[in-house]
Design a protein around this ligand. Structure first.
Ligand code: SAM
Length: 281
C-alpha cells in the first residue's frame, strides 16, 4: 500500500486493481495473514487479507446473499449448516435469516478476522451473536475430518485457492464434505471468476463431479472480486439447487425469485466451460 492508494494483485491473473485510500483504519499481521481495513470514497470500509480485497461495505451483500440463499431456498427445511472460512460473519448473517436453521458452525482458522469484523463491520458480523451459531477458530479441513454429525449444507467462504485455503478445494476435503452431508445435502463453494480463472472453475467442477456425482455452477456480479463474473460451485448427490421451494426470507437486497432462476450458467456456456480443449468461452 502506497500513500493514498492500494493496489490489489489478483493471485492468478495478470491484472491489478487500484483503490483510492482515504484512511487506513488498521493494519497488521495475525498468526495466519496480513490484514488491513481501509476506507474508500465509493466502497466505504474494505477488509483486505494478504493484499486481496475480502469485502466492502458497499457490495458485500451480493456475495453473501448468493452464497447462502441459493442453496438454502432449494430445500424445505435445512437445519444444520457448516460455514468454513467466512470469519467476518457475512455468510452467517444470511444463513440465520432462515428460521428453520437450528445449528450453524462457523469455522475460520483466524480469530483476528472475526475480531476485525466485529470492530469495523458490525453490519456484517451481526449474525455471529445469534444463539444458534457456534464460532470456532481452527482449520476447516481438520474440523470437517473430525466432525461426526450431519449437515444439510456445507459452505466454503474462504480466501482464494492458494496458501492455507488450498486444502479446502482438495479431493480429500470434498470427500469429507460428502461424508458429512445428508443424502439431500448441498455443498457450495466460491469458485473464482469465469473471465479470469476459466480452468480453475472447470477443475473445481470436475473434482465435485468425481466426489459427489453431480456439480453445478451459478454466478453473481461482484464489483470487487478479480474478474467480477464470480462463480459459486455446487456439489450434490443428485438433487441440485436450481428449484426454489420456499418464499424468499425477509431482508435480502439482491437475492429473489428472478435471481434464483436466472443465476445458473446456461447449458451452452456450461458445455464450453467443461470442454477440456478450451481455456475461454
Ligand atoms: N468473501 C471473501 C472472498 O471470497 O474473498 C472471503 C471472506 S473470509 C474473510 C475468508 C476467510 O477464510 C478468512 O478469514 C480466512 O482466515 C479463512 N480461511 C482460509 N483458509 C482457511 C482454512 N483452511 N480453514 C478455515 N478458514 C480458512
Amino acid at each position: 500500500m502506497s500513500e493514498g492508494r492500494f493496489v490489489e494483485r489478483d493471485p492468478y491473473a495478470p491484472i491489478q486493481y487500484g483503490y483510492q485510500v482515504d484512511q487506513v483504519l488498521c493494519s497488521g499481521r495475525s498468526d495466519f495473514q496480513e490484514y488491513q481495513v481501509i476506507t474508500n470514497p465509493f466502497f466505504g470500509r474494505i477488509m483486505i487479507l494478504d493484499g486481496v480485497v475480502q469485502l466492502t461495505e458497499r457490495d458485500e451483500f451480493f456475495y453473501h446473499e448468493m452464497l447462502a440463499h441459493v442453496p438454502l431456498h432449494s430445500r424445505p427445511q435445512p437445519e444444520n449448516v457448516i460455514v468454513i472460512g467466512g470469519g467476518d460473519g457475512g455468510a452467517v448473517r444470511e444463513v440465520v435469516r432462515h428460521d428453520c436453521v437450528k445449528n450453524v458452525w462457523l469455522v475460520d482458522i483466524d480469530p483476528e478476522v472475526t475480531r476485525l469484523s466485529k470492530e469495523y463491520f458490525p453490519g456484517v458480523s451481526c449474525g455471529l451473536s445469534d444463539p444458534r451459531v457456534r464460532v470456532l477458530h481452527e482449520d476447516g479441513a481438520a474440523f470437517l475430518r473430525n466432525f461426526d454429525g450431519r449437515a444439510d449444507l456445507v459452505v466454503v467462504d474462504s480466501t482464494d485457492i492458494v496458501g492455507m485455503a488450498k486444502v479446502l478445494f482438495s479431493q480429500q476435503f470434498f470427500g469429507d464434505v460428502n461424508r458429512v452431508l445428508t443424502d439431500d445435502g448441498l455443498f457450495v463453494t466460491l469458485s473464482e471468476s469465469l473471465h479470469f480463472h476459466f480452468p480453475i472453475v472447470r477443475d473445481v467442477q470436475n473434482t465435485m463431479r468425481d466426489v459427489f456425482g453431480h456439480a453445478d455452477l451459478y454466478t453473481a456480479p461482484i464489483a470487487t472480486y478479480g474478474g467480477n463474473w464470480w462463480c459459486f460451485a455446487v456439489g450434490h448427490k443428485g438433487r441440485g439447487c436450481r428449484a426454489k421451494v420456499r418464499p424468499t426470507v425477509a431482508g435480502t437486497r439482491y437475492y429473489c425469485d428472478e435471481i434464483h432462476s436466472g443465476c445458473f450458467l446456461p447449458d451452452f456456456l456450461y458445455s464450453r466451460l467443461m470442454d477440456p480443449s478450451r481455456d475461454r468461452f
